[in-house]
Structure formats: C-alpha cells, structure tokens
Write a protein that binds this ligand. Structure first.
Ligand code: PNS
Length: 163
C-alpha cells in the first residue's frame, strides 16, 4: 500500500492546500495530512487543536485521507510510516528554494525519506494562509479562499480577538 504524508502548519487550511490533498489522494492509497509547527512562524492565529479540527472538517469527504498532528520533527514522525513519501506543494520558485533545503535537512536525519512536489494549480498560486489571515482580519469575504465549512470558525476566531 502506498502512503504519503502531507505536512503543514495549516493556519488555516486553504483551498490551495485542499487542491494538493485532492490530487495526492488520487495518486496514493493513503494520505496522512499532518498538522505541525513551523518554528519560523512564531505566532500562529489558531491553536494546534483548532487547526486540526478545521483540517478534519475540510477533508471529511475523502475516504483515504486521515488527519493527525505532531509537535515533533517531520523526519522523526515519518519513521512510523515505512516507505511513505512526503508531499509538498510548490506555488513559485521561491517555495522551491525553501523546500529544497527542507528536503536536504530531513534527509540528513532520515536518509530513507523522499519528498515529492506537486505544483499548485494556477488558480491557487497566489493563495496562502497568511493572505487568508489578513483578509479575515479586515472582515473580507473568505469564500473561494478556504473551504466553506471553516469560514465560520475563522470568523469566530476574529470575533474573539484572533489576529
Ligand atoms: O505549511 P508550512 O508552514 O510551510 O509547513 C512547514 C512544516 C510544518 C511542514 C515544517 O515547518 C515542518 O516540517 N515542521 C516540523 C518540524 C521540522 O521537522 N522542521 C524541519 C527541520 S528543522
């Protein structure tokens, strides 16, 4: 059985992430979407639990996708899935520069670990969680940026003072 892991900070999950999930789920027998911490992103808008819930709601329709979280290193986490590959989405050349380094660092810790890249479909190349957070902070329309099922969660977070 082929397994892939799609890790991310998902703060929050966007339609760009969902597009990668949908495409990866067609290629692999099983896809594990893993909500993790990105040390470079110091002040997430959502807690790990909130992000996990939003990802779970968003992928509820996919039979071969499950959602987990981890506060550890990706290279260590992946060892529990022997033979699994990491999936990363690329929107632009700048994403590749960063992901190339991540691949090397992960391979240093776990030489068996392969990363495969899916390029973003053109309608999502501009889309990021940070753009969504900014739009949300101004009360802008979020339809078309994030899965419909999490729009209220984002609105509620803003209402309670989330930035
Ligand atoms: O959605 P993001 O923020 O681009 O996802 C990045 C993420 C969470 C996949 C990356 O930061 C990560 O792998 N975090 C877990 C800790 C880790 O292994 N860091 C890389 C080696 S220093």
């Amino acid at each position: 059985m082929s397994t892939a892991i799609y890790p991310g900070s998902f703060d929050p999950i966007t339609l760009g992430h969902l597009n990668i999930i949908e495409r990866a789920a067609k290629i692999f027998d099983e896809l594990v979407v893993t909500v993790m911490f990105n040390a470079a992103k110091k002040t997430p808008m959502f807690t790990l639990e909130e992000k996990l819930e939003m990802v779970k709601k968003s992928v509820a329709g996919f039979e071969n996708v499950r959602v987990e979280s981890s506060d550890g290193l990706l290279a260590e986490y992946a060892k529990q899935f022997p033979g699994a590959v990491i999936i990363k989405g690329l929107r632009a050349a700048s994403d590749f520069e960063y992901e190339f380094i991540m691949d090397q660092v992960n391979k240093n810790m776990n030489p068996e670990l392969e990363t495969m890249f899916l390029t973003a479909d053109h309608e999502y190349t501009f889309l990021s969680s940070s753009i969504v957070r900014e739009l949300a902070s101004y009360g802008a329309e979020l339809k078309g940026y994030v899965p419909d099922v999490i729009i209220e969660d984002i609105r509620a977070k803003i209402a309670e003072g989330g930035k």
